[in-house]
Design a protein around this ligand. Structure first.
Ligand code: NAD
Length: 362
């Protein structure tokens, strides 16, 4: 098994280093190879996703990704900006299923903007379709309107579309994931207004018949956005399209109040995956050794579970993270009165120590 390690920019290098240490201490049999991506790759090779990095990603079983981007690249032509590397990897690896768990750790209930009773024990999984929908649909562009409210005026347009196989495969991913959890799927659509999402709803319902043990319900996206803040624990697995998933997964993630804690996975049909924290490269704290590495460490756990078939090792990492939080260690983003503030490296040390069952200090 081979892992491509792509730390990227900003805090990416600091947090990925800790995840790599955690993987190493598990003493599993895999090879790890690093490459540049994002702004770092642009500086060295003139492109955010050089051929050599893409080749490494393609021939690996999984990609462990840090984060890319820095405001200093905002003036570059769009194809050369660091963030294009993520889109290039998604496209080239066919990563169509994005998993974004939103878990509220008992010790971090206070970090949420919601009341503790609404959030305690929260464990939901948003599955977002990642390669279709209005984000990729053609045609798109600008033109002069020939009809509508203002014929003759300048207008812009995009195309929302989904094919049957695209909906079927993401629906199956959601039902399979639900089987391993509490066997409930909520499919989020806008079938009352959009033809594309009536089609989506019909197909998810059809696929659902293959999974009689999984309970399926449907919800309009506006109601889902409301229910996520009103009663988030009523959800288990949520499956939705690219655009709705983009918005709802960020909303769900922020329910937990701690961006530095949230992992994510993007998988293709053969379970090859890209694993990354849900946050960005945080240029404001880069190089200071204060970033929270836990989202990346938890992404490594997802990688072991989904792409490398090592569920027990994944459990060990997740238990170690819970243990470290219970011991009171906190990076700045999740610190509160009565806990001990630590830096990136110390947090990584503590997870490594918990895995190897050494005493945790602090
Ligand atoms: P960000 O997620 O990088 O940072 C938002 C805030 O959260 C900042 O205050 C930051 O310090 C804090 N933060 C983020 N991760 C943290 C961590 N692990 N520990 C502690 N605090 C943390 O978002 P942004 O500031 O909007 O974007 C910065 C750059 O990252 C931009 O160039 C953006 O394009 C890029 N970005 C990249 C990805 C990615 O690589 N997948 C995702 C989002 C943003």
């Amino acid at each position: 098994m081979k892992i491509a390690v792509l730390p990227g920019d900003g805090i990416g290098t600091e947090i990925v280093a800790e995840a790599v240490r955690v993987l190493e201490v598990l003493d599993l049999k895999f090879e790890m190879e690093s490459a540049l991506v994002g702004g770092a790759a642009y500086e060295a090779h003139g492109h955010p996703l050089p051929e050599s990095t893409l080749k490494l990603a393609k021939e690996s079983d999984a990609v462990l990704f840090g984060a890319v981007g820095d405001w200093k690249y905002d003036k570059l032509d769009r194809p050369l900006r660091p963030e294009q590397a993520i889109l290039g990897l998604r496209k080239n690896l066919g990563l169509f299923a994005n998993f974004r768990p939103a878990i509220c750790y008992e010790q971090l209930v206070g970090a949420s903007s919601l009341k503790p009773e609404l959030i305690a024990g929260l464990d939901i999984l948003i599955i977002r379709e990642l390669t279709g929908d209005i984000y990729f649909g053609q045609p798109r562009g600008r033109r002069t309107a020939v009809d509508g409210h203002f014929p003759g005026a300048e207008e812009a347009f995009d195309t929302m579309r989904y094919s049957r196989p695209e909906v079927e495969r993401i629906a199956r991913v959601a039902f399979e994931a639900a089987r391993k959890r509490s066997k409930r799927v909520t499919s989020v659509d806008k079938a009352n207004v959009l033809e594309t999402f009536q089609f989506w709803k019909d197909i998810v319902t059809e696929v659902g018949k293959e999974y009689p043990d999984v309970e399926l319900d449907h919800m309009y996206v506006d109601n889902a956005a409301m229910q996520l803040v009103k009663a988030p624990k009523k959800f288990d697995v949520v499956v939705t399209g690219n655009m709705f998933g983009d918005i709802l997964s960020d909303e769900a993630a922020m329910l937990t109040g701690s961006i530095g804690m949230l992992p994510s996975a993007s998988l293709n049909a053969s379970n090859q995956g890209l694993y990354e924290p849900s946050h960005g490269s945080a240029p404001d704290i880069a190089g200071k050794g204060v970033a929270n590495p836990l989202a990346t460490i938890l992404s490594a756990a997802m990688m072991l579970r989904f792409s490398l078939n090592q569920p027990e090792a994944a459990d060990r990492i997740e238990s170690a993270v819970k243990h470290v939080l219970a011991s009171g260690l906190r990076t700045g983003d999740i610190w509160s009165e009565g806990t001990k503030r630590v830096g990136t490296r110390e947090m990584g040390d503590a997870v490594v120590a918990a895995i190897t069952k050494k005493t945790i200090t602090g």
